[in-house]
Design a protein around this ligand. Structure first.
Ligand code: PGA
Length: 251
């Protein structure tokens, strides 16, 4: 089973206006002809404008979150159908910053995965352990608990949804997991998915995230169970992000 590499740029709380438009255009130009699939996740304020500008190009657009109701009295929230209407085809869910600062739980992440799938938005569902959990030998226990919350939902459309393994201690810290550390967890995640269904395990792309940069991308992406990257800081520079995209091996 060949899985197409996916490189997604998570802009977080950055580039929410004119700068975002400029960055998206530069990313599309710099990654033209890339073999890997390319996605950018801008802030909501600029998402529709970027999706409009990128229409017909190879670059997809993702939301960074959604609220799992289609509409109603939920001030300040954005639904899956709204993201779709704005031009997004993807959505990042359960990012560790959402879990850490905004109280997201395994249960709420599952609800969001359900809402994304119902609206035909591809979820990029994030899991990962903290440094304390890793040091306590709980890496797989934590990752499996977070994964188990939504894996049965992903199994309803094997290969449609994506899982991102992002060790919290590697996010924005410059401390990238070694190729071996990452591959070990990725292989375990794939095995865990195989317990749900063999098809789910073989078709699901598992991205690595956490301080991915142009100079460490090739090694990570060369690992058997790493099918792409979720890139934060380095996705804010079009040339650096394009270098990561180009580091994906040919499939
Ligand atoms: P980073 O962020 O690349 O800046 O470490 C990754 C992420 O949080 O998705």
């Amino acid at each position: 089973m060949t899985r197409k590499y996916l490189i997604a740029g998570n802009w977080k709380l950055n580039a929410g206006g004119a700068k975002g438009i400029e960055l998206a255009t530069a990313v599309a130009a710099a990654t033209k002809g890339a073999q890997a699939e390319v996605v950018v996740a801008p802030p909501f304020t600029v998402l529709a404008a970027i999706a409009n500008d990128l229409e017909g190009t190879h670059v997809g657009v993702a939301g960074q979150n959604l609220y799992p109701k289609d509409s109603g009295a939920f001030t300040g929230e954005i639904s899956a159908p709204m993201l779709l209407e704005a031009g997004a085809k993807w959505v990042i869910l359960g990012h560790s910053e959402r879990r850490q600062y905004f109280g997201e739980t395994d249960a709420s992440v599952k609800d969001k995965v359900v809402a994304a799938l119902a609206a035909n938005l591809c979820p990029i569902a994030c899991i990962g352990e903290t440094l304390a959990e890793r040091e306590a030998g709980k890496t797989l226990e934590v990752c499996f608990r977070q994964l188990d919350a939504f894996s049965a939902e992903l199994a309803k459309r094997p290969g449609y949804g994506v899982v991102a393994y992002e060790p919290v201690w590697a996010i924005g810290t410059g401390k990238v997991a070694t190729q071996e550390q990452a591959q070990e967890v990725h292989a375990a995640i794939r095995q865990r998915l195989a317990a749900v269904s063999a098809e789910l395990a073989s078709k699901t792309r598992i991205l690595y995230g956490g301080s991915v940069k142009a100079d460490n991308a090739a090694g990570l992406l060369g690992s058997a169970d790493i099918d792409g990257a979720l890139v934060g800081g380095a996705s804010l520079d079009a040339a650096g992000f394009a270098a990561i995209v180009k580091a994906a091996p040919a499939t």
